[in-house]
Design a protein around this ligand. Structure first.
Ligand code: OAD
Length: 255
């Protein structure tokens, strides 16, 4: 009898998980969108944090110190997201979801909208949305009804013509709390799944990285897809060394 490959084993696992609502939880990170042309954070040569200082560009302090610089950096990244298209990995996940409604839940650390544009109906977004804007000082607007940050006057960065508030990107910065609702939802999904598929994350950022251990402690099979080693490899039952756009279509097709 031919030996089962690691891919066969995972496909059998996915087929088992597909029998139950919430059976499959998928956790994605920046590597998921790398083949769409969106840079990751920690890859040695191409990662954003190898070229830029996160303390200056991804923290409230950095924004207050130089709002124009931070706004401009996000404007360039936002344009990169708008110009990008979902890759074969995003599409394979969305196709699986459409074939098995309710089975798969998707949790992402990514601030792009490529899962949604691939057709994923619902995504738990742990780190926010780069296309959204919010007030820097929530609650500082005294107008009634409150001014809408999306309507702040264009500029670098936009400032509200009515209340003077500064708008900032709708992402989670270092030192900030994740949305409690999103985190609790993600933790519940991790606790309750049969299989967790972890794609394209270094596992370096908490609390997102902790979801993998939660899934495992809850009895789930953990499968990682990543071309490189990650900090959470030891928590996986199986690691598939390859990229999202190459591995996911073959893994999920026909399951
Ligand atoms: P990282 O940049 O830390 O890690 C990206 C991972 O993707 C690495 O493990 C790569 O090996 C892997 N990778 C690269 N190309 C890939 C491909 N084509 N297919 C699959 N995997 C690939 O990104 P994250 O783990 O997402 O925070 O980083 C977590 C958080 O740190 C981000 O959400 C961001 C950042 O600071 C916020 O924006 C709040």
């Amino acid at each position: 009898m031919p030996r089962m490959t690691a891919t066969d084993t995972v496909r059998a696992e996915l087929a088992r998980a597909a029998g139950r609502p919430g059976g499959l939880a998928v956790l994605t990170g920046a590597g998921m969108s790398a083949e769409s042309g969106i840079p990751t954070f920690r890859d040695a040569m191409s990662g954003l944090w190898s070229r830029f200082d996160p303390a200056q560009l991804a923290s409230e302090e950095g924004f207050r110190a130089n709002p124009a610089r931070v706004w401009q950096w996000y404007a360039e990244r936002r344009q990169g997201v708008l110009d990008a298209q979902p890759n074969a990995g995003h599409r394979a996940l969305a196709d699986f979801q459409q074939r098995h409604p309710g089975v798969m839940t998707l949790i992402t650390q990514n601030v792009d909208d490529l899962h949604q544009r691939a057709g994923q109906p619902e995504v738990v977004r742990l780190h926010g949305d780069i296309l959204a804007v919010q007030w820097l000082d929530e609650g500082a607007c005294r107008k009634r009804p409150r001014c809408d940050p999306a309507e702040a006057a264009p500029g670098r960065p936009p400032r509200c013509v009515h209340c003077g508030n500064l708008a900032r990107p709708g992402v989670v910065w270092f030192g900030e709390m994740l949305s409690v609702g999103a985190l609790e939802r993600a933790q519940r999904l991790a606790d309750e799944c049969d299989t967790m598929l972890v794609v394209g994350t270094s596992g370096a950022v908490w609390p997102a990285a902790g979801l993998v251990g939660r899934a495992r402690r809850g009895g789930a099979q953990v499968v990682i897809v990543n071309p490189e080693e990650s900090e959470i490899d030891a928590q996986a039952h199986l690691v598939l060394r390859g990229t999202a756009a190459r591995v996911l279509p073959g893994l999920l097709a026909g399951v």
